[in-house]
Write a protein that binds this ligand. Structure first.
Ligand code: URA
Length: 183
């Protein structure tokens, strides 16, 4: 599947029941030749309304953090979610939804061929690593996904609720940057 075919597949997907309850699919945003691939969980209310990942409060924090390392969505960064459709009421993704939607993310990663994947939050980390380990135990190491170095960090929405952990997420971002330089 090339990029256009993949976009069309996601737009018309009815592989799980989520599509019936959301306004639109949220494919991803950014530079298709990016070195950085950021992966979140699933669209929320604002993302569902606008069709773009991370455009709510968590997205503003993410944009600010990216700016602090001279990055922005669209400039050497691509942002996508594990799920392309909003779960009702922002509930957690279900394992069968993750299983059905993960091939879309996998193909996005294959097409972009990033130098690094930053998995943000438990669902992204667990979906990409096939692990049920905690974020705390996965941070600070270079993992691999389909041959691409992968670094785990906290989800921006978690950081909004746990401000002291922002310094840890900042350390993760610097670690990810260093991993790109070294690979
Ligand atoms: N949280 C996510 O995981 N993804 C989004 O796109 C927005 C909020």
């Amino acid at each position: 599947m090339d990029w256009a075919q993949l976009k069309a597949k996601v737009a018309g997907c009815t592989d799980c029941p989520l599509r019936a309850g959301c306004s639109q699919t949220v494919f991803g945003v950014g530079d298709q030749k990016a070195q950085w691939m950021l992966v979140g969980e699933a669209p929320g209310l604002e993302e569902d309304r606008l069709g773009e990942p991370f455009v709510g409060q968590a997205g503003k924090l993410l944009d600010n953090m990216l700016a602090a390392v001279s990055l922005s969505r669209g400039k050497n960064v691509y942002i996508a979610n594990v799920l392309k459709c909003r779960p009702p009421g922002n509930r957690n993704p279900q394992p069968d939804e993750v299983a059905k939607c993960s091939p879309h993310l996998r193909r996005q990663i294959e097409l972009i061929q990033p130098k690094l994947i930053l998995a943000m939050g438990r669902f992204a980390a667990q979906a990409l690593l096939g692990s049920d380990a905690t974020i705390a135990s996965l941070r600070g190491k270079v993992h691999q996904y389909a041959g691409v170095p992968l670094v785990v960090t906290y989800h921006p929405a978690y950081l909004l609720r746990n401000l002291p952990d922002k310094s840890k997420a900042w350390a993760d971002l610097l670690f990810a940057k260093q991993t790109i330089v070294e690979n």
